[in-house]
Design a protein around this ligand. Structure first.
Ligand code: PCA
Length: 204
């Protein structure tokens, strides 16, 4: 059976939960012919990439889908691109706050996701959930992890597909946030992830 490595970040920025890993946790062990290998990743610039590379080496997945929180977004958003830049607005969970710093000093400026981002967005929409392609994963740890994933795949694992999905806040994160801040129930985020895996499986 094909294997999908699916990662979700741990809570950061003073939040008690991260909807990314909360939703990953709810997924079954198998979706659409993919065996799922779930991994919680720390919101840390350095350790996130190290853990991801270790998991790819040991699990030998056919595809990798990383998931992170994008608080304030109103849809589940497959990311199109990762850029070779770290510019952190707040320190990561290890206290590291790189500014205007490349992720890989001699690396390419950017990589495109190798997952079917439009098919993923359409499939999530067909399930009645909000989704849209995003053209920026930001400049924080999520972008850095996506860049590391695509750079590692390009250099060491030709044929390994990889991409990233940002998800909105979970409902339980909304108390105390500005009126009207968007959120989704974690089970709905998990349904969106299931749709994403199905779209990846259909893509071959
Ligand atoms: N979201 C952050 C990092 C961890 C997460 O879940 C980001 O968008 O970079």
């Amino acid at each position: 059976m094909k294997k999908l490595l699916i990662t979700g970040f741990d809570p950061f920025g003073g939040e008690a939960v991260n909807p990314a890993f909360e939703a990953v946790r709810l997924l079954p062990d198998e979706i659409a012919g993919f065996e799922l290998c779930k991994l919680e990743i720390p919101t840390e610039f350095i350790r996130s990439g190290v853990m991801l590379k270790d998991a790819i080496r040991t699990q030998k997945p056919d595809a990798v889908l990383c998931v992170g929180q994008a608080g304030g977004r109103t849809a589940v958003t497959p990311e199109r691109v990762a850029i070779n830049l770290m510019d952190a607005r707040i320190p990561d969970n290890a206290g590291c706050q790189p500014v205007d710093t490349p992720i890989v000093s001699d690396g390419p400026a950017a990589y495109f996701s190798t997952l079917p981002i439009k098919a993923i967005a359409e499939r999530i929409q067909s399930a009645g959930l909000p989704a849209a392609v995003s053209n920026t994963a930001g400049t924080y740890v999520c972008n850095s992890l996506l860049y590391t994933l695509l750079h590692t795949a390009a250099l060491e694992y030709p044929g390994l597909r990889g991409g990233f999905l940002h998800v909105p806040y979970a409902m339980e994160q909304l108390p105390g946030k500005p009126e009207g801040t968007f959120g989704l129930p974690v089970p709905d985020i998990a349904r969106a992830l299931t749709c994403a895996v199905e779209a990846i499986a259909a893509f071959g």
